[in-house]
Ligand binder design. Structure first.
Ligand SMILES: Cc1ncc(COP(=O)(O)O)c(C=O)c1O
Length: 386
């Protein structure tokens, strides 16, 4: 049994989540539930290996060896039935880096790049910051559930010179784990229109109940790149190590050349060690973590049912980022955020960061001890009752 209830003080550790309250105008008693890292120490075996590396004391140039590739490949084979070969893996210092490189590599200035808003905001930045045309096929929100409008997807692609699709699977922030049928339909449309798919699967290990993650590698691997990383799963984001899987040789060659042109080649020694060890030893820890995080979600759902029935929480099929629709309160988005930030003193991601479709929504990060979730719910209730 791992102790996920324990509060760890993360202040003074260069934590983006905890050490920059002044810069963001937050009071010291604010609960930080925004940026997507966890308040739990990583897998004990990973910690031990990192200590060994630190104690060794020589931090020369490093490169992953065969054991690293084996650990990555076994994880995806065992958990998702996804086959990977060593040479398909391209290293990048993060998935957001890979999204930006995908936009640069597979499109020209002015080309359309498709997203399905509301979506993780670096998708939008990767398009805008590289001078491409952002083409949105909004997710359909109906009766509290999100889905893809395939007819609109096909039409939008055809009309907007779309060359690349940035696809989030599972989807941050709406928490959907796309079904195989949905993925196949998306893949079919992309292929028919010559659109390459960049599937961000960083949240693939966070799925609950009967929701099964299907990797794009098992849907149309010749027309996709799949972005993976151990960073969300094992709380290793600060080590900046991700594995981008590209089966198609020509596409991979282009992408690798683009990455090389930045001067980046291999992950650092801590990232290599942590990634290999986590995929090798982290399964039991992850399984316990998943039931703990889902328990946090269930607490929220139950609390809202009893105390805040106006709050509508999207079904958390995947990720650790519940998405709250607060529109039934009838407040303006600005008033909602004032209550959340100033009255409840909770720091979270406001819905409009993910696109205008997120007006009246807030996104929580619940990868934290239960007591923090309890406190947040009490504060939110008081602020909304004002
Ligand atoms: C969908 C998605 N992709 C990428 C990232 C970040 O990836 P990285 O830290 O590897 O750049 C996040 C973090 O929240 C995310 O939610």
């Amino acid at each position: 049994m791992y102790d996920f209830d324990k509060i760890t003080d993360r202040k003074n550790t260069n934590s983006w989540k905890y050490d920059f309250y002044d810069e963001y105008g937050k009071t010291p008693d604010t609960l930080s539930m925004w940026i997507a890292d966890m308040d739990f120490p990583t897998v004990p075996e990973v910690l031990k290996k990192l200590e060994d590396v630190a104690k060794f004391g020589i931090f020369g140039y490093s490169r992953p060896r065969e054991g690293y590739f084996e650990a990555v490949k076994n994880w995806f084979e065992k958990r998702f039935g996804a086959h990977i070969e060593n040479e398909w893996i391209v290293f990048t210092p993060g998935v957001v880096f890979a999204l930006n490189m995908a936009v640069k590599t597979f499109t020209e200035e002015g080309d359309g790049v498709l997203v399905m808003r509301p979506v993780y905001y670096p998708f939008l930045n990767a398009i805008n910051n590289n001078g491409r045309k952002l083409v949105n096929c909004p997710l359909v929100y109906s009766d509290g559930k999100y889905s893809i409008d395939f007819e609109n997807l096909e039409k939008t692609i055809a009309e907007n010179n779309v060359k690349l699709m940035l696809f989030c699977n599972p989807h941050n922030p709406v928490g959907r784990v796309w079904t195989r049928a949905e993925l196949e339909e998306t893949a079919g449309i992309a292929r028919r229109h010559g659109v390459f798919v960049c599937a961000d699967e960083i949240h693939c290990d966070f799925t609950y109940n009967n929701n099964v993650h299907t990797s794009f590698l098992n849907v149309d691997r010749e027309n996709a790149m799949v972005c993976t990383a151990p960073s969300k799963t094992f709380n290793l984001a600060g080590l900046q190590t991700s594995n981008i899987i590209i089966a198609d040789e020509e596409k991979r060659g282009k992408f690798r050349a683009a990455v090389n042109s930045t001067g980046y080649e291999y992950p650092n020694i801590f990232g290599i060690t942590a990634c290999e060890t986590a995929y090798r030893c982290g399964e039991k820890w992850l399984d316990e973590l998943l039931s703990y995080v889902y328990g946090n979600y269930e607490y929220m759902v139950d609390f809202c049912r009893k105390n805040m029935p106006e709050a509508r929480i999207s079904d958390l099929q995947g990720t650790y980022l519940p998405w709250f629709d607060m529109n039934a309160y009838g407040l303006s988005h600005e008033e909602l955020m004032k209550r959340v930030e100033n009255d409840a003193r909770i720091w979270l991601d406001e819905g409009t960061l993910f696109g205008p479709e997120g007006r009246g929504f807030i996104r929580f990060n619940i990868a934290c001890p239960r007591s923090v979730v309890e406190e947040a719910m009490d504060r939110l209730k008081a602020a909304m009752e004002k």
